[in-house]
Design a protein around this ligand. Sequence first.
Ligand code: DQA
Length: 147
Amino acid sequence: MNKLKFLVINGPNLNMLGIREPSIYGNFTYPMLCDFIQEKAETMKIETSFFQSNHEGDIIDKIHEAYQKFDGIVINPGAFTHYSYAILDALKAVAIPTAEVHISDVNEREEFRKISVVRPACCVTVSGRGYDGYIEAIAELAKKIIN
Ligand code: DQA
């Protein structure tokens, strides 16, 4: 079987990892996070591509471009999680199996973080597992795609 190809999307402020609230988001920089994910995904025979943007429209364009190019999307939409119906619609439009990931436990923080408007387009959600959450999401997503 061909290698699965996953697109890993990180939304606003995730380029600030390592600087941004380390007690919540840890000490990895964004490039360190990408290397970590790529290395672990490789051991699962999954090819990963990475995209980060602070702009909603750019994230939407990237999701559209993924149509028929990727087998899965792993997305940490950052704060867009809580209000971007446009990202929800983009994910529904391409209908690529998608995992939602949050480094922090969004259910244990402010009220507004408990709401995810993108969740209805996702078949996997991982929250509060730190950087390992991306790996868990990739593994779960691959299992769903293969089975
Ligand atoms: C986040 C949680 C969001 O509420 C927040 O806006 C982020 C990061 C996380 O990874 O824990 O930017 O998605």
